[in-house]
Ligand binder design. Structure first.
Ligand code: ATP
Ligand code: MG
Length: 331
């Protein structure tokens, strides 16, 4: 049986600029299965949040979303109208944002907020909704979930607030949860607890999970597949362990050197990738990472975009250098 819940093919997102459309996400294809996870990693501005927003139909105003399809359990989400998105957003695909404080209303109790969300999406009585809210809080790791119902977000720590945001996301029993930098504002130990929780929930509830992060070290904790994005382009895609064991794109290598959770115990300091990502719309015909690449091939990487090369059957990389080395090694 095909248990793929989400299959995105050639998703592009463009914004109108002074000299025409500016591409911020360029032909991204990905898929996630039930009970599995996909980590999307990349520096600031690489298009991670844009992809997530396209999956929820919330790309900001002037953004133009196009592609072959966003297949969601047999339904194409591309071109859905707002009424169609409302039936998917929150109840089938839920999002956990970076800042739980912004997602929670400080003037309304936690219980009322979760119950209201449930009753917006599901036809049920207030007492049924309350039972669901308690169950969601319990799933989100609260040992005394009933006690939380009467609390206000200001009475909770940052980690507890993020657990409430997770309970909110779980409350309508979605099939996919998107966590966009959901742990990056938290202390390292709390971050680890939230990552463990998300990992467990995925297995326990058969949820599909998309986890967005700057930090490749966290990808290892989440598991599943890893998509590395650079300046709106996919550069490497494969099982997390395969990508971490055999990083095949120079950008992935650079990210690994600068991953705090992988390198914090080592003596050597973190090594940020020199240079800056190109501004949207300035990429030209070269390989996206060309201007910062320490192993660029003259006359090749500056001239054309790379296609995909297999690292192994499940793991692909878009890099001229890798392709040339692979073919050279065969001769
Ligand atoms: N409303 C908008 N109008 C035009 N361009 C935008 C808009 N919002 C974001 N962008 C551009 O889209 C690109 C991708 O942004 P996105 O927010 O997806 O990056 P990100 O990978 O999530 O970065 P971060 O790690 O900082 O969250 C960026 O270059 C950004 O400048
Ligand atoms: Mg973002």
């Amino acid at each position: 049986m095909d248990n793929r819940v989400l299959k995105v093919e050639n998703l592009s997102i463009k914004f109108p600029g002074r000299n025409g459309l500016i591409t911020v996400v360029d032909q991204v294809s990905l898929s996630v299965n039930a009970g599995k996870s996909l980590v999307i990693a990349g520096e600031s501005g690489s298009g991670k949040s844009m992809i997530c927003q396209a999956l929820l139909g919330i790309v900001p105003g002037a953004g133009q979303v196009s592609g072959t399809q966003i297949d969601w359990r047999g339904k194409n989400l591309l071109g859905l109208d707002e009424a169609g998105w409302k039936s998917v957003r929150g109840s089938e695909i839920a999002m956990i944002f970076q800042d739980p404080t912004a997602a929670l209303n400080p003037l309304i109790t936690i219980g009322t907020q979760i119950i209201d969300v449930i009753r917006t999406h599901k036809r049920c009585s207030r007492s049924e909704a309350k039972d669901r809210a308690i169950k969601s809080l319990e799933l989100a790791g609260f040992t005394e979930p009933k006690l939380q119902l009467g609390r206000y977000s200001s009475q909770l720590s940052g980690g507890m607030r993020q657990r409430v945001a997770i309970a909110l996301a779980l409350s309508c029993e979605p099939a996919l949860i998107i966590a966009d930098e959901a742990t990056s504002n938290l202390d390292v130990s709390i971050q680890a607890n939230i990552v463990t929780l998300l990992h467990e929930l995925k297995e326990k509830l058969g949820l599909a999970l998309i986890f967005v992060t700057h930090d490749l070290g966290l990808a290892a904790e989440i598991g599943g597949d890893l998509l590395v994005m650079y300046a709106g382009n996919m550069v490497e895609y494969g099982p997390v362990q395969s990508v971490l064991d055999n990083p095949s794109h120079p950008y992935t290598n650079g990210l690994l050197q600068s991953a705090p959770s992988l390198n914090s115990t080592r003596d050597n300091p973190l090594q940020p990738i020199p240079g800056q990502a190109p501004k949207p719309g300035t990429l030209g015909a070269s390989a996206p990472f060309f201007a910062r690449c320490p192993v660029a091939v003259d006359g090749v990487c500056d001239r054309k975009r790379p296609g995909w090369t297999d690292v192994n059957l499940q793991h692909q990389v878009a890099c001229h250098r890798f392709e040339l080395d692979k073919h050279g090694a065969k001769q």
